[in-house]
Design a protein around this ligand. Structure first.
Ligand code: ADP
Ligand code: MG
Length: 922
């Protein structure tokens, strides 16, 4: 009986008023695969699969892209229109014409079905689309959608969307209604897709489409909204349905964000705030007054530092707005309270600059500093002799889940198998690999040999790679790793340990030792090995399961036995290994409350090296991350996932539209510096045509004569290409002549870091007048006397990037000039460059950038580890996002761990959302 479900009779109430079809429907689960419906033909199934639609739910949430009013069609237009319109007419003529040799135009002439005296025919044209010709014939009636254009005397629509009206029994699905139009796919016509969805909606009962949204947030039921978004009875109904669905979608997203935020805030933290004596000394030594915005933010930071729960704050402020000073005040407060502070910058150059600037200000106050980049290590005191700190990642990015690497040898831990929490947040660009290598001619590894292999895998763990799982079988080895950063590249970008190098070390190291104990000199390993890049979270999970079950699946041990040479986080194969770990660690485990021993650095400045090298903090209280957008959520977590949690301040000079902040940075508290220091000279921005270079040059010379310095920036498509180095050098020669006798230097990504450093230093000291450079001139480079910038081929840069570049100037008291050269006269380019002429406010630039990019671009949601949106629009639905956010925050505010019985249903939602985030990045 269809009403019987899960052994209970459905409430007759809920059936009342539903369509008859629904009442008699078989019970369909929304998770049911579409392949179980015999009425969907196989080719359609395949086409749906290409869209990623596998289940009933996928299909029901494949939302229309737009709707057409097919109750009533307007008369054929007699003028052009920029707004596409939907028309209905009869095909009176078709023709195929050739042009340009083999190219073809297919034309279909339509007449209105009930023409009046003024009616004009409409010509639909398709260029080189052979299949259209097969679909359209004289005498058919069709609906077209497109922009009418005047071509000669005729009104034409080129490449309209169209649908032929067939007089079949399904006519009521496709016409005489507000009709849904879906994102198109090959091999699946609108009609076919619409019919399938229509039928599915009729077959499915309402029950599985439960709403997981607090009732205060949305009106009505999810199933009504789903029905109405596909086949609305009116435009109002469509809008209401859309609002319902967008709110639910946003609510789910905000619940994920709120849960991350809540996970972070319920971590054990500490107050890291000194009395402020040091801070006062620092402030009174500053040669300038803080801006109001700076003081406001410092007060916010101070409050957060003094609170026992961990701070998670984002500081947004334009280039040059004085974020570094603000960060310094926070670090001083932490230092004064007896803690260490880490300052992480995205590149070598920036780290060194910060190190120099911070040193200049803070060392006179007696603060001990150290620099840690892959290339250089410097400090004002001796190195702290600590082994690596433990930095394990939690699934939510902020929780230390496997606390420390101290082994958990309890029996339970051995049985746990895959737990998501053991594995890291899956995020690029930190690639993960599953690696397998085998013994030569099935040589069997003795138990001692297997010990050696496992120990060697663990030996480089946390030095060259992170290890997620390893299994040493009698004749082969599986392991799962994420290589770490070996060093900073020339551009300051991290270079990872190559898998080949990692493997080579393991193989040769173990082969030697195995042969030694076995008194042999036969080769131990096959030369070949297999490594596979892990592409997604599910891939990772699958590999992990495979590895952790291997000994039992392969039958090398009985199901009730343990296998010693299997390792994954939280499990240790042998007591003695655990013991040796403990020993190794002893040095780095210290009570957080301990006062720093004298001579240990109090502020450590560095690059990614801070994350990966054997840098350890004995007493980390505050982490400052500059240029947040260059690091992912996972990297941030790597530095901050320790107990007790340090306070975290991330800074960005890339403002994002305010409405996006609550999503992309939704798990952080946000501070904003929206005011520039008063002593700044104005920046004049001008866009000039390439042909005006002569005039521009003479202007530049007047500036150089006045003692100013100049940046010339030119775009390189790919910094790594040798060709471009040549181009850069040619460019450089040209500029040397143009600017003679002023001294120029060339700076680009392929110049070794040390040399780059010297070039920057000479420029900073005024020994060089002009720097001819690619975009390696980093965000945050600070040379106040460099007040002129010329950007060549500026159309090649993005709006945000141009704004960032411009931020290199305007840092001193001189009036600054930024000139964008371009030879591109397109609408897009001039729109882009005009924005910069009009405003120098980063937030305004960000808004404009967002407008110009159009609604399709989700601007970084993928990096932020949030699920992709199916229906909502971050820009046009900002108001709904605000409501959804408030609802989610209030749930977590009252119940941070979702423990209340009425909140249990939301747990599932958060878990599902968490799962969906991975499909984005893989
Ligand atoms: P950001 O990191 O936000 O780009 P910085 O912190 O590097 O900016 O500051 C840019 C320059 O402005 C530095 O030379 C700094 O000393 C100076 N500065 C910071 N705050 C002020 C202020 N309130 N008044 C004048 N100069 C300031
Ligand atoms: Mg800065």
């Amino acid at each position: 009986m269809s009403e019987l479900r899960n052994g209970k009779v459905r409430d007759p109430e809920s059936l009342r008023g539903r369509q008859v079809a629904a009442a008699t429907a078989r019970q369909i689960e929304i998770s049911q695969s579409l392949s179980e419906f015999d009425w969907i033909p196989r080719p359609r199934l395949l086409a749906l699969r290409r869209l990623g639609i596998e289940t009933a739910e996928d299909l029901l949430t494949h939302f229309p892209r737009r709707h057409e009013d097919r109750y009533q069609f307007p008369h054929f237009p007699r003028e052009e229109s920029d707004v596409p319109i939907c028309l209905c007419g009869d095909v009176v003529k078709t023709s195929m014409r050739r042009f340009g040799g083999w190219k073809k135009i297919f034309e279909a002439t339509l007449e209105e079905s009930s023409p009046n005296a003024l009616s004009e025919p409409l010509v639909c044209r398709w260029f080189n689309l052979h299949y259209v010709q097969k679909m359209i014939a004289t005498g058919q009636r069709m609906v077209v959608f497109g922009k009418p254009r005047l071509r000669g005397k005729r009104i034409c629509v080129d490449h309209p969307e169209f649908e032929v009206i067939e007089n079949d029994e399904e006519i009521s699905i496709h016409f005489r209604r507000i009709t849904p139009i879906y994102p198109a796919t090959e091999g699946l016509s609108q009609r076919a897709l619409r019919s399938i969805i229509y039928r599915l909606l009729n077959e499915i009962s309402d029950e599985p489409l439960d709403t997981l949204v607090p009732s205060g947030l949305v009106h009505g039921e999810r199933y009504d909204a789903i029905r109405a978004i596909h086949f609305p009875e009116s435009w109002e109904a469509r809008d209401a349905a859309r609002e319902h669905l967008v709110l639910s979608e946003f609510f789910a997203m905000q619940m994920l964000i709120a849960s991350r935020r809540s996970d972070a805030s319920i971590r054990v933290g500490r107050a890291h705030c000194g009395a402020g004596v040091l801070l006062d000394k620092f402030l009174s030594a500053l040669p300038f007054e803080l801006t109001g915005a700076q003081s406001k933010v410092i007060a916010e930071l101070r409050r957060d530092l003094a609170a026992p729960h961990p701070m998670n704050r984002l500081l947004q402020g334009d280039v040059g707005s004085g974020k570094t000073v603000v960060a310094m005040t926070a670090m001083l407060l932490a230092v004064e309270a007896g803690y260490q502070a880490a300052f992480m910058a995205p590149t070598q150059i920036l780290a060194e600059q910060h190190y120099a600037v911070l040193g200049r200000w803070l060392e006179p106050l007696g603060v001990r500093m150290a620099l840690r980049t892959a290339a250089r290590q410097e400090e004002s005191g001796p190195l702290p002799l600590f082994e690596r700190g433990e930095m394990n990642l939690g699934s939510t990015g902020c929780q230390p889940v496997v606390s420390g690497s101290l082994p958990d040898t309890s029996a339970d831990a051995d049985k746990q198998g895959y737990r998501r929490r053991n594995l890291p947040h899956f995020e690029r660009p930190w690639a993960k690999y599953a690696i397998t290598f085998t013994t030569r001619s099935h040589r069997q590894l003795s138990t001692e040999a297997r010990d050696i292999v496992l120990e060697s895998l663990l030996r480089w763990k946390d030095r060259r790679y992170e290890l997620y799982g390893a299994c040493v079988m009698p004749d082969h080895v599986h392991f799962l790793i994420e290589p770490m950063i070996e060093r900073d590249g020339d551009c300051g970008n991290p270079i990872f340990f190559p898998v080949s190098k990692i493997l080579h070390s393991i193989k040769s190291f173990t082969a030697n030792r195995i042969n030694k104990i076995e008194n042999s000199n036969e080769p131990v390993w096959e030369t070949e090995s297999f490594d596979r890049l892990i592409r997604s979270e599910s891939d990772l999970q699958e590999k992990f399961n495979y590895i952790s079950r291997k000994p039992w699946d392969a039958g090398v041990v009985g199901s009730d036995q343990d296998y010693q040479w299997l390792w994954y986080p939280g499990r240790y194969k042998a007591q003695e290994f655990a013991a040796s770990c403990r020993e190794q660690q002893a040095g780095s485990l210290c009570s957080p409350d301990r006062v720093l021993p004298p001579r240990e650095p109090q502020i450590i400045v560095g690059t990614h090296a801070l994350l990966y090298e054997n840098v350890s903090f004995s007493n980390l209280g505050l982490v400052v991350i500059d240029e947040q957008h260059k690091f992912g959520v996972a990297q941030r977590a790597r530095l901050t996932a320790r107990e007790p949690a340090p306070d975290v301040l991330v800074m960005t000079a890339t403002p994002i539209p305010r409405t996006l902040t609550m999503t992309i940075y939704g798990d952080l508290d946000v501070s904003i510096i929206d005011e520039m220091p008063r002593n700044r000279g104005k920046i004049v921005t001008a866009v000039r045509d390439q042909s005006k270079l002569g005039e521009v040059l003479s202007f530049l010379r007047t500036q150089l004569e006045a003692g100013r310095q100049l940046y010339v920036i030119y775009p390189l498509i790919d910094e790594s290409e040798k060709l471009d180095v040549k181009a850069a050098s040619a460019e450089y020669e040209l500029w040397r002549e143009r600017l003679h006798p002023y001294r120029c230097e060339l700076l680009h990504g392929r110049i070794p870091a040390a040399e780059k450093q010297e070039i920057m230093e000479r420029f900073r000291r005024g020994k060089t007048t002009a720097l001819i450079s690619t975009t390696v001139i980093e965000v945050g480079i600070d040379v106040p006397n460099a007040s002129v910038m010329l950007v060549e081929n500026s159309e090649r840069f993005g709006l945000a990037q141009l704004h960032q570049l411009r931020g290199r100037i305007g840092r001193g008291e001189h009036k600054s000039y930024c000139i964008f050269l371009t030879s591109d006269h397109s609408k897009e380019t001039s729109a882009k460059l005009t924005v910069l002429e009009k405003t120098s406010n980063g937030f305004e630039v960000a808004e404009a950038d967002w407008d110009l990019r159009g609604p399709g671009d989700l601007l970084g949601t993928a990096q932020s580890g949030l699920p992709a949106l199916k229906i909502g629009n971050l820009k046009s639905d900002a108001g709904l996002m605000r409501r959804a956010r408030a609802a989610a925050m209030s749930i977590f505010g009252a119940d941070p761990r979702l423990e209340l019985p009425e909140n249990q249903r939301f747990r599932r939602l958060v878990v599902e959302q968490q799962g969906r985030t991975f499909s984005n990045v893989s």
